[in-house]
Ligand binder design. Structure first.
Ligand SMILES: NC(=O)c1ccc[n+]([C@@H]2O[C@H](COP(=O)([O-])OP(=O)(O)OC[C@H]3O[C@@H](n4cnc5c(N)ncnc54)[C@H](O)[C@@H]3O)[C@@H](O)[C@H]2O)c1
Ligand SMILES: [Zn+2]
Length: 336
């Protein structure tokens, strides 16, 4: 396994690209470990969890909540996990978010690492140290920014991932391309989901490219004072739709990106909104949903990106070039 070290403001993270979960011992050495996963990943990859201490969560965003955190903490106490125990989140973004959060508060903080198992977690959720949970309809309302010790990328785990979940991962990949990487946008236009599912090498390159893109953004702005905010493209409206209507994260973000592209057109004359919408469609993602404007605006008012009566919205100037614009709630309401 090839190790690459990335430095953040007060820690460093070891990335293992082309890794294998079966070689996890090479990463954690003799430390006591507790694996945290969900029931789907556990049953699809049972062999990998044999003779390990493992906590299996119910699968799904609806369990990314405080009672799950309480139950994990209770189990850690029963397993006699101590300050030297390393928590390893093996799963999609829900598992990695919960694992990172629990590790950050258990005994005032213990070490943790991730083996992302969904495409979305590999290219996005496992990177950057944001760990947290939802509160009611408010996404990621409670949490912390704290980096893991390691990330192990094993793309063979994706063999058991459902097609819809692959599509959700592509929502974040298209987001990265839209805000930062016009060349990747072109590459994506020339291919499709089944291409990447078949061509392991191209998939590996794509995952690495996205992981590095996000890493670079986070390294430059770990605590989200500026450029990191661009990663929220499609997420402001996306989050509001996600928990309000129970949409999967990737689908909600896809619809959010379509709206943000059309707002970019209205507000600053962005010319390629149609290209964004058609690329999302090419990867099987939705770009429109009927929603109750008042309900969604109410959730938006509580968004963390909101200050007083306006919201920091991410707009596109051109493909590969995004920027932040303050939009008043009123203006947004009129243009939704
Ligand atoms: N922390 C961050 O910076 C960050 C960034 C992006 C997204 N997120 C969070 O990530 C979450 C979305 O992540 P997700 O899409 O991975 O969701 P998820 O964790 O719910 O996984 C999606 C589904 O795929 C299943 N699954 C995962 N890997 C599998 C595998 N290899 N084989 C079979 N089934 C598998 C899961 O059990 C689940 O049912 C959201 O909660 C979002 O807020 C966090
Ligand atoms: Zn996202």
């Amino acid at each position: 396994m090839q190790k690459k070290v990335f430095h953040f403001s007060n820690s460093s993270v070891d990335y293992y690209f082309g890794g294998r979960i079966s070689k996890i011992k090479e990463v954690v050495g003799s430390f006591k470990t507790v694996f945290i996963t969900d029931e789907n990943v556990f049953s699809a990859h049972e062999k990998q969890f044999k003779s390990r201490d493992v906590i299996v969560l119910k699968a799904g965003e609806e369990y990314k909540i405080q009672p799950t955190v309480d139950s994990v903490i209770q189990q850690l106490i029963e397993m006699e996990a101590d300050r030297k125990t390393v928590l390893i989140g093996v799963g999609g973004g829900v598992v990695t978010d919960i694992t990172g959060y629990v590790a950050s508060i258990y005994m005032r903080g213990i070490a943790f690492g991730f083996v992302p198992t969904s495409l979305l977690a590999m290219v996005d959720a496992c990177i950057g140290g944001k760990n947290g949970i939802d509160v009611g309809v408010y996404k990621n309302m409670v949490g912390i920014i704290r980096q893991p010790s390691f990330l192990l990328f094993d793309s063979s785990l994706l063999q058991t991932l459902a097609d819809d979940e692959w599509r959700n991962g592509f929502a974040e990949i298209i987001k990265h391309a839209s805000i930062k990487d016009a060349a990747m946008f072109k590459e994506l236009e020339q291919n499709d989901l089944s291409f990447y599912q078949k061509k392991k090498k191209d998939l590996g390159v794509l995952i690495r490219r996205n992981a590095l893109l996000k890493t670079k953004v986070v390294q430059q702005d770990e605590f989200e004072k500026g450029d990191r905010k661009l990663l929220n493209f499609g997420h402001t409206l996306g989050h509001a739709l996600e928990n309000q209507y129970g949409l999967p994260h990737g689908q909600a973000v896809s619809i959010g990106m379509a709206y943000a592209s059309s707002l970019s057109q209205k507000f600053i004359g962005f010319k390629n909104a149609n290209k964004i919408v058609s690329l999302l469609g090419q990867y099987g993602l939705p770009t429109f949903v009927e929603f109750d404007k008042d309900k969604v605006i109410n959730v938006l008012k509580m968004d963390k990106k909101k200050t007083r009566d306006s919201i920091s919205f991410i707009l596109l100037e051109e493909i590969g070039k995004a920027f932040i614009k303050e939009i008043s709630i009123k203006e947004l309401y009129e243009n939704l």
